[in-house]
Structures are given as C-alpha cells and as structure tokens.
Design a protein around this ligand. Structure first.
Ligand code: ADE
Length: 243
C-alpha cells in the first residue's frame, strides 16, 4: 500500500519509522512518504496561510499551495489517485469500519491542516480526481492534523495483510464484533493478592469464550452503551441476554 502524508511539520511523523509501521515499511508492505507542504510555497516568506474571508480569528491554509502539493503528490502514481483523507474536527468520526475500508485501498493521501483548517475549495477540487474523506479523532480540537494522521496510518497498517505477525489479533480486536474487548491476563497466576480468573486457566475453550463474551458485554454496557444500541438484535444470542 502507498501512503503519502502532506504536512508543514514532517518531523511530527517520525514515529512512523518505529514499531509496527516502521517494520512494515522496511518489509516493503507499506510505502509511506512524508512531504513538506512548504516545498510548494512561493514568495520570500513561503507563506502557507492567510487571513479568513468574512473575518474571524486565526489563519486559513492557502488553496494555491495545497492545490500544487496535492497535484504533484497525485502525479507520483498517476494511475492510482487513491483516497484523500483530511483530518479535521469537522469530519465524521474515525471508526474501525472506516479504517478497514481504507486498509483495502491501494493508496491513501493524508492532508494535514493547521490553524483554522484548509481553504474549503481544496477538498472540492480534490474530489474531481478521486474520493475525499474528512475524519475526526473525537470531539476535541488538536493543533493540527498530524496526530490524527499518525493514528490513521497506525490503525490502517495493522490491517494490511502481512503487517501483524498473527492476523487473528486484528480479528479479535475491540470493535471487530462491535463490542469492547474483555480484560486480558498473563503470568503470574497470582499477583499482589489478585488472581487470574479461574475459568481462563480451565482449558475449557467454550467456557473461556463465554466468559470473554460476558465481560465484553458488561464492559460495553458500562462505558459505551451507544455501541450496544447500534448492534441489531441478531448480534446477540440467548446467553447474551442473561448478562
Ligand atoms: N485536527 C484538529 N482537531 C482534530 C480532531 N479532533 N480530529 C482530527 N483532526 C483534527
């Protein structure tokens, strides 16, 4: 998969050299390139922003600079425009479902805005070349899209075939069945007077699966009842209803 990130702070993306994403890049599974938006800025000050039409505080990122940058990055793989992702608190929430859809694409480009965002015409123009999706990490405001780009790249990468050592880890994740995951335990069996639940040591796979499902349901009901509301009745079996 090819991923391009365009930002005025390329160093912000340095963590993508490490851990799972770094390994996937070195293994050739992910071709990730970070571009400095200022390379397309002109003028002595290399400005990338300007004051907003209609007034108000802050600055808006300039369409001319973004247009040139996105044209150039798109032209690096002309037959594959891919999806343009734009992190913004005004986007629809990032979900595992969206991440899984993006992981199946051949190419993603992420446009990181700063200040009060990118001129609204940039996304409209980009949509002439391929799909554009805005996404939000949550209902809070970050200083820019770079952290959201890190989040998206990591979440997508672990679903790219070959990136995780054991693909079952992704299948069993929180959210893959619409629920939060049950708590997990490892050795030692007893620690600070706290014991690992006996059922997990029983070797009874059916009982373990039932226990995990019950804890998932309890946890989801306690902290994310909205997720339960979103599941259809056929997502639950008779034993689920007793929890
Ligand atoms: N940029 C600023 N705030 C953001 C958020 N909550 N999600 C995604 N991108 C952002």
């Amino acid at each position: 998969m090819r991923i391009d990130v365009v930002t005025i702070f390329p160093d912000y993306l340095a963590p993508l050299d490490d851990a799972i994403v770094g390994r996937a890049r070195r293994a050739g599974l992910i071709d990730l390139r970070v571009h400095d938006l200022r390379a397309w800025a002109t003028g002595v000050h290399q400005a990338v922003d300007d004051s907003p039409y209609g007034g108000g505080p802050g600055m808006v990122m300039t369409p001319t600079v973004w247009g040139e940058a996105l044209d150039a990055v798109r032209a690096e793989v002309p037959d594959e425009p891919g999806v343009l992702l734009v992190p913004t608190p005004a986007g629809a929430p990032l979900t595992q479902r969206r991440v899984a859809d993006w992981a199946g694409r051949a190419r993603l480009t992420i446009a990181c805005g700063r200040y009060e965002g990118i001129d609204g015409r940039v996304a409209v123009d980009a949509a002439r070349h391929g799909p554009v999706e805005e996404f939000s990490l949550g209902d809070y405001v970050l200083a820019g899209g770079e952290v959201a780009a890190l989040v998206a790249v990591e979440a997508v990468s672990r679903l790219v075939p070959g990136v995780l050592g054991n693909p079952a880890s992704a299948e069993l994740d929180s959210f893959s069945d619409g629920l939060l995951e049950a708590p997990a335990y490892t050795r030692p069996e007893s620690w600070r007077d706290l014991d690992v639940p006996a059922v997990l040591r029983s070797g009874d796979h059916g009982a373990v699966a039932r226990w995990r499902r019950d804890r998932s349901l309890e946890r989801t009901a306690a902290v994310r009842p909205d997720l339960l509301d979103r599941l259809g009745a056929d997502a639950f079996d008779r034993r689920d209803r007793e929890v």
